[in-house]
Design a protein around this ligand. Structure first.
Ligand code: PMP
Length: 419
């Protein structure tokens, strides 16, 4: 039996989340995790949103085990396999067709950054333009293209070079009102602005890493209109906000917009297995074979789990249960905010993507509260430019009792840290 000490030696060798979660985990089920000393934690982090259906989801686990038992193909690059075909059939039948959506489906590589890279490349190739418009506090991934549209100066500096051909515009409500859309409009209309028309606009409907900033549906509709007026491709990065996180399978559904390209990853495999999808309007499917490839594009275990995950979306029940829990979360976050006026905090978000943002000058409270909550058995991360936002990203399958129990721990952490 390895001791905590032995593991700590290895952990110090890697740069890891151990800074926020200083233990060594050993087991997980649903919305619970256990460390090697048997301490139980409630998980409000869910693998950064890659585990929307909980850890070791029983039916997905069973499907994967059966598949392995039958010597199913595990890795197949871009080859056709039964597992992949089944996933695609389910994705079309359960997700695209009922929503009247027509997209080509591409497997761009295993991660969120891979789908963003593919989207940026396609938009540039289709339009023959260089510039991409992104937004303040956006997060799209750590590879160079994805980082170039990420609005985080600390992470951008990590690249060691300047990142070109992108313009960051103010996100919705950046000025505390809706003037950001006027800013973008003016920029596009003004041929003297020094920057030509962009190839694409890329955005998250709710910014996750950037601090749970939710764009209004009206703002999203205005952006879509501008994209149509100037023939700019509209890319929605639904890597974090998609797969049900905000209450509908695609985060943009209630805004009734139709992006040209959609980026999905994180919970698309449902089991935390690396997988990404780029959905492309058929007219923009312009790549020839081999123009974009990669070794790990055929994780069949991810296809098996991902096909099973879609069962949750066959009826409206799952979306309704997300909304019910979202209401509890919102209510309890608002209560915390009103209990601690000295933090000048706000509760924000959509669906089960929510946060409590501490006011200016109170940022370190968020980090301290999360650390205190961790000591008490709750896993939660911070987000936002100054880590000022305490962020909920728990599994969509969390039961109400676990949700409330985790929120009780969070309240205790507030009490001990703030008072
Ligand atoms: N886009 C968004 C909106 C994300 O939240 C993330 C990851 N947090 C990414 C892209 C990048 O995904 P990955 O870390 O899998 O490359």
């Amino acid at each position: 039996q390895n001791s905590m000490k032995t593991f700590e030696n290895y952990e110090s060798q890697v740069r890891s989340y151990s800074r926020s979660f200083p233990t060594v985990f050993n087991k997980a089920k649903g919305s619970k995790m256990w460390d090697i000393e048997g301490k139980e934690y409630i998980d409000f982090f869910a693998g950064a949103g890659a585990l929307n259906y909980g850890h070791n989801n029983e039916s997905m686990k069973q499907k994967i085990m059966d598949y392995i038992q039958e010597d199913g193909i595990s890795h197949s690059l871009d080859m056709g396999t039964v597992a992949r075909a089944n996933f695609l059939e389910r994705f079309n039948d359960v997700i695209l067709k009922p929503r009247n959506l027509d997209y080509k489906v591409m497997f761009p590589g295993p991660t969120g950054a891979n789908t963003v890279e593919s989207a940026l490349k396609i938009a540039r190739k289709v339009t023959g333009r260089d510039t991409i418009i992104s937004f303040t506090n956006a997060f799209h991934g750590m590879t160079l293209g994805a980082l170039s549209v990420t609005g985080d100066s600390f992470k951008r500096k990590g690249a060691g070079i300047s990142l070109n051909n992108t313009v960051a515009m103010p996100y919705d409500n950046y000025f505390g009102n809706n003037s950001s859309i006027e800013y973008l409009k003016r920029f596009l209309e003004d041929s003297g602005s020094g920057v030509g028309l962009p190839a694409a606009v890329i955005l998250e409907t709710v910014q996750g890493e950037g601090g749970i900033n939710a764009a209004s549906f009206e703002w999203l509709q205005e952006i879509e209109k501008l994209c149509r007026r100037y023939d700019i491709l509209f890319i929605i990065d639904d890597v974090q906000a998609g797969c049900g996180r905000t209450g509908t399978f695609f985060s943009f559904e209630p805004a009734r917009i139709k992006p040209d390209i959609i980026c999905l990853s994180k919970s698309i495999s449902g089991y935390g297995l690396p997988m990404a999808l780029t959905l492309i309007k058929p007219e923009y499917d312009i790549w020839g074979p081999g123009e974009h490839n990669g070794t790990f594009r055929g994780n069949n275990m991810a296809f098996i789990a991902g096909a099973e995950a879609l069962s949750y979306w066959e009826t409206d029940e799952f979306a309704e249960s997300i909304q019910e829990k979202a209401n509890i979360l919102q209510e309890r976050f608002e209560k915390i905010v009103s209990d601690y006026p000295e933090l000048k905090a706000t509760a924000r978000g959509r669906g089960l993507m929510r946060g409590i943002a501490c006011g200016k000058g109170k940022e370190d409270y968020a980090v301290k509260i999360c650390s205190k909550a961790f000591e008490k058995g709750l896993i939660m991360e911070t987000a936002g430019p100054d880590d000022q936002v305490i962020k909920f990203l728990g599994a969509l399958t969390i039961d109400k009792e676990e949700l409330n129990k985790g929120l009780d721990i969070l309240e205790e952490a507030f009490k001990e840290v703030v008072r």
